[in-house]
Write a protein that binds this ligand. Structure first.
Ligand code: PHE
Length: 448
């Protein structure tokens, strides 16, 4: 089952890429408005519990599958013989397609971020510019959004084409520390605002009456999205792991850092948003509307605006690199003769074509509404709240029934570096009973 392939150059390389791919728009753009939509503290608590009890066991399972087979999801699935073969092939195909669709949708939002970076740069030259024009210009212009998405995809392509150590590890390795410094600095600034107290209460005080029947499945979808579980991403990253690396602790660190960054982002975004207006907390444009407004109403606000959106762009670039890498590595593993470069070009091109649909969501396709929501929001709900939890549910079956016991046991019960039979038992139990039950309950509550 083992084949020669590139490995992370250092142990730290794995963390940088896994965390760099997990921390993205999901933490900084999506988490705050989903929390706003679901009433604040109670949802944050639900999210935190699910991240550790549902997301983490699945994350460990995906990493293990990659480390054991040394392959990306699709070719790992093709190794498995027996009655589950066909089902596995389909499941892995759905996962990879999901990564491709998310990459396309992600490119549009990353394009928005790029737009704000550029607008803040321009604001140094033209200080009289109104911030509300930033978003209005963007929303009314589908071509601009598609163009920005294509610029983003070209940047992502350049990094992924260079391969694991050359491209991905080096780039994210340089960007992650900068990202963390910027985030902490802006959070400290935000927490010194008069609105910080209200924001903290909203974010941390759990009022369970604010949860609704779709909160559970929304929280689950977001946990999978933000931890990059269900796309085969962690299978690919696990496949580059060193033999001596301990998967459960690696998974734990990734999940903890990712959740920590989401909370940090909440602490950064909500005081700023509350300082400006109360009404925008539930809107996907939350950070694109309220934050520039806040920045521009402050002295030296354009410097902070530029720093914030640069920080967000770094995060979205890291995550997009992860998404494209998953699709590319799966295709290259299946059809090595095509070569990495050609595959990266083809996949980026397809992602661009798909991205044109959400790009026009707020302009030419504005009239296309389903259940009172526009195209972009419906794509988000279908992919993240419906398809992703379903794929994760199937993933829990694969890890439980298809992945052999031996490599799993070895990771948990290995006297040379980690030995916990009870943790192993608990992990197996959660994948076999608890996780499927919670996901099914989420669907039932949503459709009741
Ligand atoms: N986890 C990323 C985010 O929160 C999205 C992502 C999913 C990235 C899958 C890579 C793979 O933004």
């Amino acid at each position: 089952m083992r084949s020669k392939r590139g490995l992370w150059s250092t142990k730290f390389g794995f963390y940088l890429v896994a965390i760099g791919s997990a921390c993205g728009l999901g933490n900084i753009w999506r988490f705050p408005y989903i929390v706003g939509e679901n009433g604040g503290g109670a949802f944050v608590l639900l999210y935190a519990v699910l991240a550790l009890s549902v997301g983490l066991p699945l994350l460990i399972g995906e990493l293990l599958l990659g480390k054991y087979t040394r392959r990306s999801l699709m070719s790992a699935a093709s190794q498995i013989k027996g009655p589950s073969f066909k089902a596995l092939q389909w499941l892995s195909l759905v996962s990879i397609l999901l990564a491709l669709f998310i990459l396309s949708y992600y490119a549009v939002i990353s394009g928005w971020v790029l737009h704000f970076v550029m607008q803040f740069v321009v604001s140094f030259i033209k200080p009289q510019m109104e911030q509300k024009d930033f978003l209005a210009t963007l929303m009314s212009n589908g071509l601009l959004q598609a163009g920005l998405a294509s610029v983003h995809l070209v940047l992502v392509f350049i990094v992924v084409m260079k391969g694991v150590q050359e491209g991905i590890e080096k780039w994210i390795g340089n960007m992650m520390p900068l990202f963390m410094i910027l985030l902490v600095y802006l959070m400290a600034k935000s927490l010194s605002l008069p609105s910080a107290e209200n924001a903290m209460r909203f974010l941390l005080y759990p009022d369970f009456s604010k949860l609704n029947s779709s909160s559970l499945i929304s929280a689950l979808g977001h946990v999978f999205f933000t931890l990059s579980v269900g796309f085969g991403a962690m299978v690919t990253f696990g496949s580059y792991m060193h033999e001596g690396e301990h998967v459960p602790s690696a998974g734990f660190r990734v999940a903890l850092t990712d959740s920590f960054i989401s909370i940090l982002a909440g602490l950064l975004v909500f005081p700023m948003a509350l300082q400006v207006s109360q009404s925008r907390l539930t809107d996907p444009t939350l950070i694109f509307e309220a934050l520039p407004m806040f920045f521009m109403s402050n002295k030296a606000g354009n410097v902070f605006g530029l720093v914030f959106f640069l920080c967000l762009y770094i995060a979205s670039l890291g995550a997009s690199i992860g998404l494209l890498e998953v699709v590319v590595s799966n295709v290259v593993d299946r059809i090595p003769s095509l070569g990495r470069k050609k595959v990266a070009i083809i996949i980026s091109g397809i992602a661009f074509l798909i991205s044109t649909i959400p790009s026009f969501s707020s302009s030419n396709l504005r009239q296309v509404q389903v259940a009172g929501r526009g195209v972009l929001e419906n794509i988000d709900i279908i992919l993240i709240t419906w398809v992703l939890p379903f794929v994760a549910l199937c993933g829990s079956f694969v890890i439980t029934y298809v992945l052999p016991d031996k490599p799993k046991q070895l990771e948990f019960c290995n006297p040379s570096h980690f030995n916990s039979t009870s943790l192993y038992g608990f992990w197996k139990w959660s994948l076999k009973y608890y996780i499927p039950a919670i996901i099914i309950l989420g669907f039932i509550l949503r459709f009741l």
